[in-house]
Ligand binder design. Structure first.
Ligand code: GLN
Length: 519
């Protein structure tokens, strides 16, 4: 079995490239580790062992074609909200439990073109709504560092698989922190790229002005390698950006001399766990000792980030999730039946009425079908978001809530523009990723507001579109991982990753494996 130090993307890739190991051998190892540990973690909704072995075998057989690809033979896990042709894609919802997409997301095409081997789809919160992975219709993911604790959400399965060394790389999606927060709570690196940097084509939408796909890996170097593969314009996503894609790994010089790091001290004094505060302050000292300058920044509208996020995100969610009506795809409740008699709407195939035929269902029965489908297909948090979002968009409330939230979103953006572009401009802004370490499974499920507050440091990067990374920066007294979040300039992932990598080179926090990993 691969030793722990060899579980980075780069080391696995280089072993395969030099033919020290075959892609098939690496793939078999990953599948064996998943089989051994996933029963305790529940990080995967679906494992595609046969598909993965076939692909690895294909790479080994036509190795000359693949040798120089950046991710040749690297096993990758995908959050189960990215469409994979022929492989069910559930968003951890009963609504899509049997949905088999007829197409691949752009990120899937790019990973495979780069030589990666997809091994499975990871568990997440239903439709990516949550902060703990407890909203999955298929049950929670367990944190590899403490199995009675949450891994963070919503890309909890992706963070857990990397932390537990099941795969060296996983993709997550981040609408309000869902890559960074689980990365932080599982002791790995998570990068949310700039909005538009990575195509969202084939990502099951939650809130389209906030959603972004990014890598979760053990090292910043690996995240940079993966971003180079994922990034770039895509004609199928009009919000993907034409900005050129630099060589992100070449930017990792280890040199932070002269970099200016903004520290919003007032923000860090509110409700942050004492162990987390200590670790963040120590991380800032480390960066300063390497030659970075710490600069106080004010983010005067930061207190509004959570309310603004939960207005904008729910409004967009209510619109995006209107498509799940039991007609086109996904779950359908048969009218007048009990839940046990429900059938999936043709097991994920698109439903088309025969050409020229009028719908034979009477309107009232159709209405009942819609209502029952949505009542039974969605879980409680998704329903809460749809209702909140519908409310804030409704006539009479739109101006007071949705429009106001968009105005305040602009004020939050201006705070960041001022910090990055004003007289005292900084290169990055540092804060914790999460105000607390991983909490116990079940601890916050009855208190949605308490759950929403877990996102206090992460949502601003989505509201502003800026790139942000979480990098391991310590452990609590009880041995739980802590993450440092750095937010960068728009489309300056290279500069952001340089800082995070320089920090990682100076520290060992990313090295230890959680207790469940043996050998
Ligand atoms: N925790 C946030 C929410 O529940 C963010 C989720 C996400 O980034 N997908 O909306």
């Amino acid at each position: 079995m691969t030793s722990r130090s060899e579980t980075t993307v780069r080391s696995v890739r280089d072993q395969i490239r030099s033919r020290a190991r075959s892609a098939s051998d690496v793939c078999r190892d990953a599948l064996a580790r998943i089989q051994a540990l996933d029963p305790q973690l529940h990080a995967f909704n679906t494992v595609v062992a046969a598909r993965a072995l076939a692909r690895a075998g294909e790479i080994d057989r036509s190795f000359d074609r693949w040798r120089d690809r950046p991710l040749v033979g690297v096993p990758v896990a995908l959050k189960d909200n990215m469409c994979t042709r022929g492989v069910r894609t559930t968003a951890s919802s009963r609504m899509l439990e049997h949905y088999v997409p007829p197409y691949d997301a752009t990120v899937v095409e790019r990973l495979e073109a780069a030589g990666a081997v997809i091994v499975g789809k990871t568990n997440c919160d239903e439709f990516s709504m949550g902060s703990s992975n407890e909203n999955s219709a298929f049950g929670p993911v367990h944190n590899p560092w403490a199995l009675d604790r949450i891994p963070g959400g919503t890309s909890g399965g992706s963070a857990a698989t990397v932390a537990a060394r099941l795969t060296p790389l996983a993709l997550g999606s981040d609408t309000g922190g869902s890559i960074r927060q689980p990365a932080s709570l599982c002791g790995v690196v998570g990068l949310k790229p700039t909005y538009g940097r990575v195509s969202r084509y084939g990502l099951i939408a939650f809130a389209s002005s906030l959603d972004q796909i990014g890598p979760i890996a053990r090292t910043v170097d690996d995240a940079a390698l993966a971003l180079g593969v994922l990034a770039g314009a895509d004609p199928r996503d009009a919000t993907s950006a034409p900005e050129p894609v630099p060589d992100y790994t070449a930017a990792l010089t280890g040199d932070v001399r002269g970099a200016r790091i903004g520290v919003p001290r007032a923000l860090l004094e509110q409700g942050v766990d004492a162990d987390v505060s200590r670790a963040i302050m120590a991380a800032l000292d480390t960066l300063a000792a390497r030659g970075a300058t710490l600069v106080d920044v004010l983010l005067p509208h930061a207190d509004y980030a959570i309310p603004v996020y939960y207005l904008v995100a729910t409004a967009e969610a209510s619109s995006n999730l209107a498509r799940y009506d039991g007609v086109r795809y996904g779950f359908r409740a048969a009218p007048g039946t009990r839940p046990s008699q429900d059938a999936p709407a043709s097991a994920g195939q698109a439903q088309h009425p025969a050409p020229g035929t009028a719908p034979s269902t009477p309107r009232s029965a159709l209405g009942t079908m819609y209502a029952q489908t949505r009542a039974r297909g969605f879980g409680p948090e998704v329903k809460r978001r749809i209702m909140l979002g519908t409310y804030v968009l409704s006539a009479g409330y739109y101006d007071a809530y949705y429009l106001k939230a968009q105005q305040v979103r602009t004020l939050i953006l201006r705070d960041y523009e001022e910090a990055f572009g004003g007289a005292n401009a900084v290169d990055a802004i540092a804060m914790p990723t999460s105000p607390t370490p991983a909490f116990k499974i079940g601890e916050r499920v009855d208190d949605p507001l308490q759950m929403y507050l877990a996102d206090v440091f992460t949502v601003s990067a989505n509201l502003t579109g800026l790139p942000a990374v979480s990098v391991p920066c310590g452990f609590t007294g009880g041995g739980l991982p802590i993450g440092l979040q750095l937010t960068g300039r728009r489309f300056d992932e290279a500069g952001l990753l340089r800082l995070a990598d320089a920090y990682q080179r100076e520290t060992e926090w990313w090295k230890p494996a959680p207790p469940i990993v043996k050998g």
